[in-house]
Design a binder for this molecule. Structure first.
Ligand code: SF4
Length: 151
């Protein structure tokens, strides 16, 4: 009989669960070791369609910080986490950014967005430093394309 031991991560209590396949059960599984119903839901979901929230950062320009914290607006299938990171790692954004602003819409067709986790204000001083290192026309054109009207 298919069974799996796991730790429930829904709350800090961290109950040790044992989830066993049982075709006679209405849910298709028996869950042992859970202290509340959320543990049973978690255990069954881990067996059928495990999902996770993702938190990470993306590159940001025109701000005092170099990285913008972002997160998923919901959970995405666990097996898509690596692919999602590949998409996220290609993204560069420009300040200002508002908390909750959509950075990537419907990532990997999951129906979940990647959103900003905090406000980031434009920092003209850091833009100025960037301009100082520009030393030929090609780089000026690239900078104009990247920063647009802030340049
Ligand atoms: S089973 Fe309930 S009490 Fe135990 S860790 Fe999960 S959510 Fe927390």
């Amino acid at each position: 009989m298919e069974a799996k031991n796991m730790i429930c991560i829904v709350c800090p209590l961290g109950c040790k669960l044992k989830v066993t396949k049982n075709d006679a059960s209405p849910t298709g599984y028996d869950v042992e070791g859970n202290t509340c119903f959320r543990g049973a839901e978690y255990g069954i979901k881990e067996m059928t369609n495990p999902t996770r929230a993702l938190t990470t950062t993306v590159t940001i320009y025109g701000a005092a910080m170099k990285r913008l914290p972002v997160r998923t607006s919901g959970t995405i299938p666990k097996h898509l986490l690596k692919q999602a990171m590949e998409v996220i790692n290609k993204v560069e954004v420009k300040a200002p950014i508002q908390t909750g602003q959509v950075i990537i819409k419907n990532i990997l067709n999951t129906g979940v967005d990647i959103i900003a986790s905090r406000n980031i204000y434009q920092d003209s001083f850091s833009l100025g430093i960037n301009l100082l290192v520009i030393n030929n026309l090609k780089e000026v054109e690239y900078a104009y394309w990247r920063w647009g009207s802030c340049f």
